[in-house]
Design a protein around this ligand. Structure first.
Ligand SMILES: Cc1ncc(COP(=O)(O)O)c(C=O)c1O
Length: 366
């Protein structure tokens, strides 16, 4: 059960003093707009390897306009959260999984891997130092954004000879600020997110840049999210926006199998591991959109939901495809989505025991 837990060694992070604090943070947090006082940075060069690990004041980066990342997008990132527990301590949720995925992304983008243990330790130290930035309001958390960028100041198209690894964090509001509500999803048969052999499995900025045009179109048509189909036949279901997707057939849950184009979501993995203990069966399968639409029309699909760090579980209330709408569970949150949301967030926030060993508790500020 604890196989993904790693021992955290002491690496030398130079903790620098900061001048002043931006606390208190604003009441209206939103997402990704407010950042804590500190950030972690370290650099990589062939000669020195990873070096100069520092936690210091959050501030601007200064890079020449020729820096490789601005031209060829050799960049990766991660997203994980710190949750305020009822006892005042703080939980990280499966940070080891994020570290592993960060290194998978690094490998795909020809970037340097980080030492996963030091990466997790950097997150722990940052959260310890900026513990006062972990909010305690309903559904709030501290969003943590590890990032790596190529920093070679040169325009040749090749892997960079230097990298910057940094971690920033900021308090975020509840995803469902106005209550746990179903989202509407437009099924795109024009644009695709990823193709086999491409970068769909990596968490690299380019994937998101290419998706922005669809986000705008979806909003114009009156939907909130996009459902991505496979890049070749546009027939098989892949992901929903920046979340993995699942369909519920009574007590049975089906999610698309990982084929190399789908991001290996940590929430998805957690649902796969958690659902059987809550009385559901779960399967990873190739799912065709025709089957989904037929099962929505016949009522065989009782619920559908997205899975991701931001929303945890996002129930889908309506799918739109080729000008027709398909309602799911009468556009209401269903019992399975609700059950999984409660069970997962209870573990994340430390409101319930964690039999899986997923959380890493940080005792800070006492
Ligand atoms: C494209 C995409 N799919 C799925 C996910 C869900 O992954 P996770 O559960 O690890 O947040 C994310 C968010 O990280 C994402 O950006």
């Amino acid at each position: 059960m604890h196989s993904d837990r790693i021992t955290i060694p002491t690496v030398s992070i130079n903790i620098q003093p900061i001048t002043g604090s931006k606390l208190p943070y604003p009441e209206n947090l939103g997402f990704g707009k407010v950042f804590s006082d500190r950030m972690f940075t370290q650099s990589w060069t062939a000669d020195a390897g990873w070096h100069d690990a520092v936690i210091g004041q959050y501030g601007n980066l200064s890079l020449p306009p020729s820096t490789a990342v601005f031209h060829y997008a050799q960049e990766i990132f991660e997203g994980t959260k710190a949750y305020r527990r009822p006892d005042g301590d703080i939980n990280l949720f499966r940070p080891w999984e994020n570290a592993e995925r960060f290194n998978r992304s690094a490998a795909r983008m020809s970037m340097q891997k980080v030492d996963p243990e030091s990466h997790v330790e950097a997150i722990v130290k940052l959260v310890e130092l900026d513990h006062a930035w972990v909010p305690s309001g309903e559904g709030q958390s501290l969003y943590i954004r590890p990032t790596m960028i190529s920093t070679e100041p040169a325009l040749g198209v090749h892997a960079s000879s230097s990298y910057l690894h940094y971690i920033i964090a900021g308090p975020v509001g509840a995803y469902f600020a106005s209550g746990f509500k179903p989202v509407s999803v437009f099924i795109s048969d024009e644009y695709v997110r990823a193709v086999r052999g491409g970068t769909g499995e990596a968490k690299c900025g380019g994937n998101y840049a290419a998706s922005l045009i669809v986000g705008e179109e979806v909003a114009r048509l009156g939907y909130q999210q996009v459902l991505w189909l496979d890049g070749i036949e546009r027939k098989y279901v892949e992901e929903v926006g920046a979340m993995n997707i699942a369909f519920v057939y009574g007590k049975h849950i089906i999610t698309p199998q990982l084929t190399g184009t789908i991001l290996r979501g940590i929430t998805r993995k957690s649902v796969l591991e958690l659902a059987p203990s809550l009385g559901y069966t779960i399967a990873e399968e190739r799912i065709s959109i025709d089957q989904v639409l037929a099962d929505l029309a016949s009522g065989k699909i009782t619920e559908a939901f997205g899975m991701g760090t931001a929303a945890v579980i996002a129930p889908v209330g309506r799918f739109g495809y080729k000008g027709q709408d398909y309602l799911v569970n009468g556009n209401e949150v269903g019992p399975v989505s609700n059950h999984l949301y409660q069970a997962l967030t209870d573990i994340q926030y430390g409101r319930a025991p964690d039999p899986f060993g997923w959380t890493l508790k940080i005792v800070a500020g006492r």
